[in-house]
Design a protein around this ligand. Structure first.
Ligand SMILES: [Zn+2]
Length: 335
């Protein structure tokens, strides 16, 4: 897969331009709060400033995160009314929906099915948290018999899902109650949401509370120790405030899951784009080896390295599977 197939360069450039403006418009005067590492709770060290947002890196677990963080109300306003959020939901979505369905959602549905199979969860009802346009739910429905419910608070997106005959809970996650959910064992899923969260620990605690012992939670997010992010660092397009606030990694996500009371089952990095992203941003690479590699390596050499990154956990796209333990265990209080 190529980055250009799911993020056509001209449309993506326009989107990034709008984001840069919005980062100023919606956040410049907003009060900010200092916080600790969202994974392990250590004191992060300042890493760099990007578009008016400071990022810190945790010396203990390498989590990269926005710190200090603007208050959450500013993000709610930004996601409801900003030009870049609108552009993403209309132009960007329209232009890329079919390519993303083929290149992202179909393989993702197959991957989720394999994971469910591996943990004998093929009878679990799937709950898609932040299901958006329902593309995952549709594709999952094509290949599995699991009942699927989408949790989607946006009225427009919820209606899009209902029009596709998907079962929708039109609420924010914090408002969802036990009676909203289908009975029986459940597998919660969430894609590319975690990096946006203002309070990742609260989100996980919220999911955990909705789960019964033995239920699964599968989610994907960005890994900050993935190679394109490490190499491009502050110049990486993935490090894009105000959207991406948390970059955990395979090690630090396990620390956080444990703190919240989850049993972590597997953390993989099935990413396909690291090398291609670096090749598309050659002029921003400072490291001599990677600059030479992406300009000289053949297609098949690039592929070998990408496969190695994915299989060894060093790609920037991470997939996490965890479970609410069957034996009752004290869940740490998240303040
Ligand atoms: Zn940490």
């Amino acid at each position: 897969m190529k980055e250009d197939e799911i993020r056509p360069q001209n449309i993506f450039a326009e989107y990034l331009r709008l984001c840069e403006q919005d980062a100023l418009t919606y956040f410049v005067d907003v009060p900010r709060e200092e916080g600790l590492c969202p994974a392990c709770g250590a004191n992060g060290k300042f890493a760099f400033t990007k578009q008016g947002f400071d990022y810190a890196c945790c010396p203990d677990c390498d989590t990269l995160y926005v710190n200090p963080r603007p208050l959450s109300e500013a993000f709610s306003r930004y996601y409801t009314e900003s030009p870049s959020a609108k552009f993403w939901a209309t132009t960007f979505y329209r232009e890329t929906a079919e390519a993303r369905r083929e290149k992202l959602w179909k393989p993702k549905a197959r991957m989720i099915l394999e994971i469910l199979e591996r943990y004998t969860a093929l009878d679990h009802a799937i709950i898609d948290v932040g299901g958006g346009y329902g593309l995952f739910a549709e594709e999952m429905g094509e290949i599995s018999s699991n009942a699927i419910t989408v949790i989607e608070p946006g009225p427009h997106l919820a209606q899009v899902c209902r029009d596709k005959s998907l079962r929708v809970i039109e609420k924010f996650l914090e408002q969802v109650g036990e009676t909203d959910l289908p009975a029986g064992p459940r597998a919660f899923v969430s894609f590319e949401l975690f990096e946006h969260l203002h309070a990742p620990d609260k989100f996980l605690a919220c999911i955990n509370q909705l789960m019964q012992p033995g239920d699964l939670f599968l989610f994907s997010t960005l890994s900050g120790t993935g190679v394109d992010i490490q190499v491009l660092w502050n110049d990486s397009n993935s490090i894009s405030p105000p959207h991406h606030l948390n970059f955990l990694n395979p090690r630090s996500i396990k620390i956080l899951l444990h703190r919240v009371g989850f049993e972590s089952l597997e953390v993989t990095s099935p990413g396909k784009l690291d090398i291609d992203i670096m090749a598309n941003n050659q002029d921003r690479i400072k490291d001599r080896f990677w600059r030479t590699f992406v300009s000289r390596a053949s297609e098949s050499e690039r592929e070998q390295w990408q496969n190695l990154l994915a299989s060894s956990g060093w790609s920037s796209h991470m997939m996490v599977t965890c479970r609410k333990p069957k034996n009752k265990r004290l869940v740490m209080e998240i303040s």
